[in-house]
Design a protein around this ligand. Structure first.
Ligand code: ADP
Ligand code: GLC
Length: 481
């Protein structure tokens, strides 16, 4: 199949979260499976070009959106082992300090990505069978294809798939951006009530017009069709229920594997975990904490956003840290209130809590390898990747039973010694306190702890399996078309 894959993040080039990991690993799998995949990503000034071969493949693509006009070039970036990435070069839009901005032209930054990808197909004579769009940034792609390219035989076979990695980021702009969409002549195809109320929601229009909708875990696929986690789009998702599917993300075990991870101080495997103790000592040292081989270390690596549930942790952490002997190492950046929370905890418990504010892939790997437990008390979690990385690194996940966390972490059951971690049901301080205390108690039971770790390390959520589910979905979509 010919697959056009449009995304705002790709790991090793530009990353803020899990979308990047998926947008690197899934296309790489599809390439290995023999498909022709063309990935399109903005050429942000922050794109990491180390080890990359760059080649300008298309120039002078003229994109007009309302009164705006952009000259775009396409730069093909390739690295061994990865699917090649087509970088959309448009400095006027992508030379910014961050991947995402609150600038007045934010909608244009991603409309240009969408249009450039479609225009480039024409210039490359690449006829996609499937166009795989990701999140709100590409939400207007299906509608754009229908309105602007319906004449173009190149797209006759193309089925559109919208992947929702997080329903709560919707790309909601003022209705005045309609003029900039490049499809304003089809204003009647936009959601009329919302336009009248002065809003234009990118993700909603993806949900309305994509041929297929996929989200990143089976449980989240159900949850987003309920008012509870539907972020006000649940009525639209329910209306298209037969086209909504959930496919759990895979893990790129070439990058996340303690047997050969180049970013950790010692390697280990399920059969011989001795290297993990070395990783733990290095981790506490890195965070400036005293080391005790028998003191459990809980790790966190996260965007510090409301979604991730740290407000709840703020309620229970001081008391738990006073009552129990354990350490907490945190890597994250984001909302100031959470950075402050962890800074305060580190100041109040200097021998127990270490906080590194920022983004560091190396430190993320060190924490996965060196911590004993990994905490993800997310309010909601479409898939979550870190808990799956943790399983492979023999680091026991403590999670709120929601979304992909519910699909990947099973509560330890002493009767049959099954389970891979601790999952709590009630998103309350009591729920979280119970989960952390349960994990700390299990740690004190060496036989149980060993089995728990072995169960987790034996789990395998590889893209070689999950990728096949995408191939099946693509086939179904193309047949329906
Ligand atoms: P989300 O996409 O919602 O942020 P995921 O669990 O799917 O959550 O993916 C997060 C990814 O981003 C993981 O690969 C994680 O290691 C990485 N990550 C998050 N925050 C940081 C950080 N501060 N430094 C390094 N990596 C981070
Ligand atoms: C989003 C979600 C996360 C998911 C990731 C990749 O950022 O918040 O749960 O794992 O996308 O699909």
């Amino acid at each position: 199949m010919n697959i056009l894959y449009v995304t705002s993040e790709v790991a090793r080039y530009a990353k803020t979260g899990g979308l990047a990991d998926v947008s690197a690993a899934l296309p790489a799998y599809l390439g290995r499976a023999g498909h022709d995949v063309r990935v399109f990503l903005p050429y942000y000034s922050r794109v990491d070009e180390r080890g990359t071969t760059l080649e300008v493949v298309l120039r002078d693509i003229d994109i007009r959106l309302g009164n705006h006009r952009y000259e775009v070039a396409i730069v093909r970036a390739s690295r061994p082992g990865d699917a090649p990435v087509h970088l959309v070069h448009c400095p006027a839009l992508y030379r910014r300090a961050a991947l995402y901005t609150g600038d007045p032209d934010e909608h244009l930054r991603f409309l240009v990505l969408t249009r450039a990808a479609l225009e480039a197909c024409g210039r490359m004579q690449f006829a996609p069978d499937v166009i795989h769009a990701n999140d709100w940034q590409t939400g207007l792609l299906p509608l754009t294809l229908k309105v602007r390219y319906s004449w173009d035989r190149l797209f006759d076979r193309a089925a559109t798939l919208l992947a929702i990695h997080n329903l709560n980021y919707q790309g909601i702009f003022g209705a005045d951006v309609l003029a900039d969409t490049g499809v304003s002549d089809a204003a009647h195809l936009f959601h009329q009530d919302q336009l009248r109320e002065g809003r234009l929601n990118f993700l909603l229009h993806g949900i309305l017009y994509a041929d297929g909708i996929v989200t990143v875990s089976p449980t989240y696929a159900r949850e987003i069709q309920t008012p509870d986690l539907g972020a006000e789009l649940d009525p639209f998702l329910r209306a298209r229920s037969t086209t909504v599917v959930g496919i759990l993300n895979g893990v790129d075990y070439t990058e996340w594997n303690p047997e050969h991870d180049p970013l950790i101080p010692a390697h280990y495997s399920a059969a011989d975990r001795s290297g993990k103790a070395i990783c733990k000592a290095a981790l506490t040292e890195r965070f400036g904490l005293p080391h005790g081989a028998d003191v459990p270390v809980i790790g966190i690596v996260s965007r510090l956003a409301g979604q991730k549930g740290f407000a709840l942790l703020g309620d229970v952490a001081p008391e738990l840290l006073r009552r129990h002997r354990f350490q907490l190492v945190v890597l994250g950046s984001g909302e100031a209130r959470f950075e402050q929370l962890f800074r305060d905890l580190a100041a109040a418990f200097p021998r127990q809590v270490g906080f590194h504010a920022g983004f560091s892939n190396e430190l993320a790997h060190m924490i996965e390898a060196g911590a004993d437990m990994f905490l993800m008390p997310s309010v909601y979690e479409p898939c979550g990747l870190n808990q799956m990385y943790s399983l492979r690194y023999g680091t026991v996940p403590i999670v709120h039973r929601t979304g992909g966390l519910a699909d990947t972490v099973q509560l330890w059951d002493p009767r049959d010694r099954s389970g891979t971690g601790v999952a709590f049901d009630h998103f309350t301080p009591e729920g979280l306190r119970w989960a952390i205390e349960a994990a700390l108690a299990l740690y004190r039971d060496p036989a149980a702890w060993r089995t728990l770790i072995e169960n987790g390390m034996a789990r395998n959520t590889s893209w070689d399996v999950q990728g096949k589910l995408y191939e099946e979905l693509y086939r179904r979509l193309t047949v329906t078309r």
